[in-house]
Design a protein around this ligand. Structure first.
Ligand code: AMP
Ligand code: MG
Length: 493
């Protein structure tokens, strides 16, 4: 058997956080093979892509074997799922192999999803299958290229075994995922729900050291931790909203302390603008609909705040609650500021004006119910800035809805002495041409299931440069044909 890649894992979580995980090993995949490797990310991590792609790399990346430096473990966490509390979730089909500190000195987790059963599997088989693994790979890379904080795929590997799903047997696969960490709101909730305050404090201290080291000297480190996480999550959700991303399963166990997007299950990008857009088959009541995301994030942050009460003031919970609530109440303003900032960029507005909020919501309101492609609209507005209004008008079922707004926009633009060309180029730097269009994602995954990785590679390639026009890629910028119909996503297990 070939050697495993000689990777020097660091294990700060394993070493410092006993009681927060169980040491565990991956299932021995019968025939592990690396299907796709993220060379750019491997380089960033200081890993040799050629070694990772080989037989030893495949064993490592499926969890079948781990080098001596690794302490593979399954993390424990809880979480509110669709509003209901599950006191024990945990890595039921995942393993943290350890941490990697690359040439950039950043510490990142290398984590495997689909590596077999663990003590937290409950009824599940601990496995993942090819389609959802490639979906997470694609979505994470698309988000990264869009400049949105996210976990990323290092590799997708197949295990050589069939895994049974509702639709029949599927090809088993493992996603090797890189994240700033896997600390979640749900990790705090697990210990808080059991009244284990010392453990919550230990976790908060670890999170501060790892993600917010500047707080080590703070007089109110735990309140400030909450403040920082709230700010990062406000910025994150604002970025989602700016590109039309619907996460789809914003449970508290899928809300990170680092502020990265995690867990690409039933997520999707909106095509026609609609605040109520929901794609997930299990989100029957639209809890995680597009426009609900900011409010849901604040709800998730309240659950986080609850876990910190005893830390913020061990002697006076009323005082702690008042302090945490004050920070929590700032979330809507933080979010709106970040969102509006993003929207100003999308609209090519350089000097903030009080009226911008009305101008922005005015555009969205006029687009509602008009079958307007959200992504296409902002690229068309750049053309309007250059002098051609017709592409933007043509996006509306009833262009009259657009015309009223367009007058206000033109007035607003005229008030700012910016050259049209400069403005349009600035808009094109922040408004993507290419997003993971639902029909293209499905086509790529269908082909991959049939053994043809061509469409996946092509789509991944286009999505890695979403802001620059790529010759021959016109079809990747277009909305789904009507025949594609209503899009439904399924939680990939
Ligand atoms: P997710 O929906 O991926 O965020 O997972 C929610 C919880 O269900 C986590 O505790 C997972 O580890 C667990 N889980 C999801 N799929 C499986 C599976 N196939 N086998 C075991 N546990 C799973
Ligand atoms: Mg999850």
């Amino acid at each position: 058997m070939t050697e495993l890649p000689d990777i020097d894992f660091e294990n700060s979580f394993a070493a410092q956080m006993e009681g927060f995980f169980v040491p565990w090993e991956g299932a021995k995949a019968p025939k592990p093979e690396v299907l796709r490797l993220n060379h750019e990310l491997a380089d960033e991590l200081g890993l040799d892509p050629e070694l990772l792609k080989g037989e030893g790399g495949a064993r490592l990346l499926t969890g079948a074997a781990a080098p001596d430096s690794a302490v593979p473990l399954a993390m424990v966490y809880a979480g509110h799922q669709f509003g209901g509390f599950s006191p024990q979730l945990g890595d039921g089909r995942a393993l943290l192999l350890g941490e990697l500190v690359g040439p950039d000195k950043e510490r990142r987790d290398l984590h495997l999803k689909g590596s077999g059963r663990t003590p937290f599997s409950r009824g599940g088989d601990g496995k993942a299958v090819l389609g959802p693994v490639l979906r997470e790979y694609l979505m994470g890379e698309a988000m990264h290229a869009l400049g949105i904080p996210t976990t990323r795929a290092l590799a997708a590997a197949t295990t050589g075994e069939k895994v049974l799903r509702d639709t029949g047997p599927e090809e088993g696969a493992v996603l090797a995922r890189v994240a700033a960490s896997h600390l979640r709101v749900g990790t705090f909730q697990f210990f808080a729900a059991r009244g284990e305050t010392a453990k919550v404090r230990q976790l908060a201290d670890y999170a501060i050291t790892r993600h917010y080291p500047e707080l080590a000297q703070s007089e109110m480190p735990y309140l400030d931790l909450f403040r920082r996480v709230s700010k990062r999550q406000a910025d994150l959700v604002a970025k989602w909203m700016n590109v039309g991303f619907v996460h789809g399963v914003m449970n508290t166990d899928n809300t990170t302390i680092s502020g990265e997007t995690i867990d690409y299950g039933p997520c999707a990008f909106i095509d026609s603008y609609s605040p109520k857009a929901v794609f997930s088959s299990i989100d029957a009541h639209g809890r995680y609909a597009y426009a609900n995301q900011p409010a849901i994030m604040q709800w998730n942050l309240s659950r986080f705040a609850e876990t910190l009460v005893d830390l913020v003031n061990p002697d006076d919970s009323d005082d702690a609650i008042a302090k945490l609530t004050e920070v929590l109440n700032q979330f809507p303003a933080l979010y709106e500021e970040a969102w509006l900032d993003g929207m100003r960029g999308k609209l090519g507005l350089f000097e903030p004006q009080a009226e911008d909020i009305d101008l922005t919501t005015g555009l969205l309101t006029s687009a509602e119910g008009q079958n307007v492609d959200f992504t296409g609209l902002f690229r068309a507005l750049a053309q309007m800035v250059r002098g051609d209004e017709s592409p933007a008008r043509a996006l509306f079922d009833d262009p009259a809805a657009f015309d009223i707004w367009a007058e206000l926009y033109k007035k607003r633009l005229a008030a700012e002495p910016v050259a049209a060309q400069e403005r349009a180029e600035a808009m094109e730097r922040v408004n993507p041409i290419y997003i993971p269009r639902n029909h293209l994602v499905e086509d790529a995954l269908d082909a991959a299931r049939q053994g043809d990785m061509g469409p996946f590679d092509r789509l991944l390639g286009v999505l890695s440069a979403p802001f620059s026009e790529q010759p021959g890629a016109e079809a990747f910028a277009a909305p789904a044909p009507e025949s594609f119909g209503r899009y439904t996503t399924y939680c990939g297990t």
